[in-house]
Design a protein around this ligand. Sequence first.
Ligand SMILES: Cc1ncc(COP(=O)(O)O)c(C=O)c1O
Length: 384
Amino acid sequence: MNLPAILGGAALRPQGPPPWPAPDPEIRDVLERAHRDGWWGKYLAGQTEHLETRLREFFTIPHVLPCGSGNYAVELGLRALQIGPGDEVILADYDYPGNFLSIHAVGATPVLVEIDPRTWNLSIPAVRAAIGPTTKAILASHLHGGRVALRELTTLAREKGLLVLEDAAQATGACIDGCRAGTWGDVGVLSFGGSKLLSAGRGGALLTADAAVAQRARNHLMRAGNIVCPMSELQAALIVPQLEKLAERNALRWRNVQALCAVLGDIPGLRPVVAADEEGLPAFYKLGFQLDEERFALPRGLFLAAMQAEGFAVDEGFAVAHRARSPKRYRQGSPLAEASRAHAGCVQLHHPILLEGEEAISQLAQAIRRLQAHAALIRAKMVG
Ligand SMILES: Cc1ncc(COP(=O)(O)O)c(C=O)c1O
């Protein structure tokens, strides 16, 4: 869509979204060292070991297993928790879709439950109500800068004899009640995919405090002395300098989210899904907004196309599992009205702009207001 032309002006950010991963000089140094010393192509060069140590320190957790992706780490975690055929795993209907499939990959049955409308994360009352005789575990993902209340969830899990897999792929470095996201569950999962807060293009890690779980995960990960789905030495080396900056960057993203919420004020039909009263530092990977198409007066497709034309990295959120999958493949554990609302109305903003300054935040607010002010014109030009 050529929105600037429709509105008779220039795009607010003609340069487009900021690049990611960030072009840090420390990353260039790693790449130069890898080339100079030749370890970039080796099986083992001490880099993965070093990353493990740094992650163990950062997360204050005894066992860290780097691997090829967050998806694989979820599956590995389920296997290490000995979840398989005949077991049920509760997860949010609105979640990263790969998690539903990882539960299937180990032969277990997903139980879909509602989300909390304030945060779009797993609703703990819905989890409680959905527990059945064959339920074995809960998969809790922290999404959109929100954090599942893990103290409450792990207390419930202990009470009911359930295991918790905590997916912190989108919340790396966030804190919940004084502990890092990813360290509350029996297993925690990180992703180092190309868009993530710590990025190596690909990669993931499994975290656990339980030596037996770690050993089982290692057994699954190793085949004839070789790692089945490894992280490379180069990937591991690239994550370390980013880890050093993570807390500072998460704090900056959070300050900018708060500034954005303040400048947006009450825009009819657009609500930032931000629970400002939660304790501890959040980590924003994709800031979510609930778009009410009628009140904002624009359908989501046009809203996204127009914002992209203005130079902002926005897209839709997740598709809920209950719409995408056959009912034979899951049990519905609760009503799913809020999850359906997130499915239909989520607009998400990719995090790199949250590392920029006041000007970027003000441009973003300006773009949203400009869209709303010209909604009728945009509809007429684009649909008519
Ligand atoms: C919540 C969540 N879990 C898991 C994953 C999978 O991670 P990966 O892309 O590293 O496989 C993602 C990826 O976006 C995610 O958002």
